[in-house]
Design a protein around this ligand. Structure first.
Ligand code: HEC
Length: 430
């Protein structure tokens, strides 16, 4: 046996002896659609933001949630890694929160906008953060304690922002059909009017600007706004756009759930990925330029090989496991369906937007360690029992627990409330 063959045999045997890697390729934790995705510079950590109001920091190596960041009062629409390991999240509440990994509360909060923030971009030198908002403005905030510059001009919602790689300009796109190229030293922007409302923008390493529009088209232009090409991606609005670090590939997410991979130079769609469900609100490449992450409407993050179109791992097209499957036929479990997007029943699941209800009965309100309750709740002296939970949904959270972050909801029928609390007694006792 030649040395090479023997080595191959040894390697093969060794690999057979290794424990099988878990086939879990999806990152499941959010209780609502994944609206934003960002990847750290080293490609090891992912930050996701969701309509469930939480952001989650994930380790890609272990495919597990390392931290749930709970601060925003509404959907988390945008997320970014700052160069120094800090992270930024921005949301429907108009606020930007800056986080240090492992810290339960944001380091810093910028009350930036009077409308939802839907896009964030970090300047190439990591010194500034730009935000795009439905309040029609773009803001550039200094990350080192300097001031904020507000860019007025868009006449409708601003949907995306990106810095030019040379750091000399910022590009914003909006529902008002315009691309605005703002010189960063100051001065008025170059404004280019496009044929359709714009939802997203990305800039390649060579400075080419790419916009994603409501008519399903990508349009390319030079750094100074001269149009150079377009690609028809699909029939429905493009809502998410990402560019690989080397600029070779683009990925789009569309309202109908289609994810398209586009060869930027050739101006062609090379592949469409099927299955993640509609719409796909977020797409991002890992630094390898080949692995793509997409954020699903089902709250899951999927991994794809953008070069082959293959899903990485198994179970990608399947529907998420029904957390209430074990309680089929239970009337109380059916009532609890209204709660399951935000509350888990056991502590082993990743926490959603609301606190886990594990061990609920007998617990004082807002006393669960590690969950960021609103101050109003912390001052109350309710103890959760079948009676108090029933009351909560009879008169509604706003009346029973004024100041709560839990959305207003009622369960009108006494019988349904009873079924719910019976179910909770069974499903949440430890
Ligand atoms: C859209 C998200 C959402 C939904 C749906 C929801 N909740 Fe909540 N719930 C929350 C949030 C957020 C809090 C924390 C409130 C705060 O801190 O102000 C909360 C708090 C609670 C609390 C108090 C927990 C404690 O430890 O003090 C209970 C009990 C509760 N919810 C039960 C339910 C039940 C039962 C349902 C379904 C009928 C439900 N919730 C539906 C988000 C939700």
């Amino acid at each position: 046996m030649s040395t090479r063959l023997r080595l191959a045999t040894v390697l093969l045997t060794a690999s057979l002896l290794l424990p099988l890697r878990p086939t879990l390729a999806q990152l499941a934790g959010h209780g609502g659609p994944v609206r934003a995705l960002a990847v750290s510079v080293d490609g090891k950590t992912v930050l996701s933001g969701s309509f469930d109001t939480a952001a989650i920091r994930w380790s890609l190596a272990t495919e597990s949630a390392e931290q749930v960041l709970r601060f925003h009062a509404g959907a988390v629409n945008a997320a970014a890694f700052l160069g120094d390991g800090r992270m930024a999240t921005a949301g429907a509440d108009g606020q930007i929160a800056i986080w240090r990994p492992g810290q339960p509360q944001p380091d810093q909060v910028v009350e930036a906008h009077t409308g939802p923030i839907v896009g964030l971009a970090v300047s190439p030198d990591q010194s500034r953060l730009a935000s795009a908002s439905w309040d029609h403005t773009v803001r550039i905030s200094s990350l080192s304690g300097g001031g904020t510059r507000v860019l007025h001009g868009h006449s409708q919602a601003v949907n995306g922002v990106a810095f030019a790689p040379d750091g000399q300009s910022l590009v914003s796109v909006g529902y008002d059909l315009t691309v605005r190229i703002w010189p960063l030293p100051g001065g008025s922007p170059e404004t280019i009017v496009m044929p359709a409302p714009l939802n997203a923008v990305a800039i390649s390493p060579d400075g080419e600007i790419v916009t994603g529009a409501a008519d399903g088209k990508l349009r390319m232009m030079t750094a100074d706004g001269r149009q150079t090409g377009e690609v028809m991606v699909g029939a429905t609005p493009i809502v998410a756009l990402a560019i690989a670090q080397d600029g070779a590939l683009l990925a789009t997410g569309a309202i109908d759930g289609t994810v398209a991979i586009v060869d930027r130079k050739a101006r062609t769609v090379v592949r469409t990925l099927a299955g993640p469900g509609a719409p796909v609100w977020s797409v991002v490449f890992l630094p390898d330029g080949a692995t793509l992450l997409t954020g699903g409407t089902d709250g899951r993050i999927r991994r794809w090989n953008a070069l082959t179109g293959a899903a990485i791992g198994s179970n990608v097209v399947g529907t998420p496991a029904d957390p209430l499957a074990a309680y089929a036929g239970d009337h109380g479990a059916e009532i609890f369906r209204a709660c399951v997007a935000c509350h888990t029943l056991s502590e082993t699941e990743v926490q959603r937007a609301g606190p886990t209800l594990a061990g609920l009965f007998g617990r004082k309100i807002a006393s669960l360690p590690g969950y960021r309750f609103s101050d109003a709740l912390k001052a109350m002296d309710i103890v959760w029992t079948p009676e108090t939970v029933s009351k909560l949904f009879e008169i509604g959270p706003n009346a029973y627990t004024p100041g709560t972050k839990m959305p207003e909801q009622h369960i009108g029928s006494a019988e349904d409330r009873r079924a719910l609390t019976d179910f909770l007694a069974r499903a949440t006792s430890k």
